[in-house]
Write a protein that binds this ligand. Structure first.
Ligand SMILES: Nc1ncnc2c1ncn2[C@@H]1O[C@H](COP(=O)(O)OP(=O)(O)OP(=O)(O)O)[C@@H](O)[C@H]1O
Ligand SMILES: [Mg+2]
Length: 309
């Protein structure tokens, strides 16, 4: 799969009254076509700076960013992008339909082509019923769905979402997740910036974690949350021996054992020991940590212990 976003040595230093703020140190990052990519990081880490650079809203101090081979400063690159900003403020006195007409016109669409596309996106985000209602009267979930409709109007190849599910109830969040899954299945790349880690974990294929302008971790969401040397062994019957083949076994009750097994040999030795003690194993699974646990651990590590990913 080729890349949708290619970032090379991209950095941003703000100058404020002679004071230099290094918001983003030189970063390399690739986002593959058709994946959902999450950008995480605490307040002030540089997430918005990075999104603004990728949208061509601010100029980089160094480096480059290409969207499907087009330099981000070009109009061609911008035509490929859809964007749902954080805390968007669409004119409240417009109906959803009128707002879409307004943004469609701004994007150079008009007439029958625009009306047909508006019908499509409204149907897609399940807002057809409320198209004539003023935005003022929309719920937060409806507000985000109409925002998504706006971001999808120009059939973008790359969709940027800033905190798309913030302040939305679980059902509304699920609806947005379902919409994004369909958008992804149509081949659109999605770049999402969010504080809701449990949410990010559910939708992203890969994530990068930013801290003080440096990517401290990047990778496949599944792989990051899957620990490779801690296993949970479930027992249907039997009592495990207190010392499992000399391995550190740090939590046990009669149904579940957590153990550290760095190699398949070590794991099998533990299984042998359990079987010898007439334990009936019903399942063995690698322990999953949440993205939140990984995030918090990374934020507590001293900067010098972190190797840029
Ligand atoms: N226009 C600006 N001028 C000067 N400094 C800025 C400017 N914009 C951002 N910064 C600084 O750059 C750093 C990164 O800010 P940025 O807004 O990118 O962080 P963020 O990760 O989006 O944070 P949050 O989660 O709070 O939105 C911060 O120290 C911020 O104060
Ligand atoms: Mg921000």
């Amino acid at each position: 799969m080729s890349n949708c976003i290619e970032i090379r040595g991209l950095s941003k230093t703000y100058k404020n009254n002679k004071q230099l703020i290094e918001a983003l140190k030189p970063i390399d990052l690739d986002v593959a076509q058709g994946e959902i990519f999450g950008l995480l990081g605490p307040n002030g880490a540089g997430k918005t700076t990075m999104i603004k650079l990728m949208l061509g809203i601010i100029a980089p101090t160094s480096g480059s960013c290409h969207i499907l081979g087009q330099d981000i400063s070009s109009l061609q690159a911008k035509e490929l992008i859809g964007y749902l900003p954080e805390n968007h403020r669409f004119p409240l006195y417009l109906s959803g339909q009128q707002m879409l007409e307004f943004y469609g016109n701004l994007g150079g669409m008009s007439g029958k082509t625009l009306q047909t596309r508006i019908d499509e996106v409204l149907e897609f985000v399940n807002m057809t019923e409320w198209r004539k209602l003023k935005i003022q009267r929309y719920s937060k979930g409806m507000m985000q769905r109409i925002g998504l409709a706006q971001a999808l109007l120009n059939r973008p190849k790359l969709l940027f979402l800033d905190e798309p599910t913030d302040g939305i109830d679980p059902v509304g969040r699920m609806e947005i997740r379902q919409i994004l899954e369909v958008v992804k299945s149509e081949g659109t790349t999605i770049f999402v910036n969010s504080h809701l880690l449990s949410e990010v974990e559910l939708i992203t294929d890969r994530v990068a974690i930013l801290r003080k302008g440096v990517v401290v971790k990047a990778g496949n969401t599944q792989e990051l949350t899957q620990s490779h040397d801690i296993f949970v062994i479930h027992l249907a019957a039997g009592t495990p021996p207190s010392d499992l083949a000399g391995m550190t076994h740090f939590s046990a009750n009669t149904q579940e054992i957590e153990l550290i097994a760095g190699t398949p040999d070590a794991l099998n030795a533990a299984i042998d020991a359990l079987r010898k003690h007439n334990c009936l194993i019903s399942a063995i699974s690698p322990k999953k940590s949440t993205l939140e646990e990984i995030f918090i651990a990374l934020m507590h590590e001293k900067q010098e212990h972190l190797t840029p990913a």
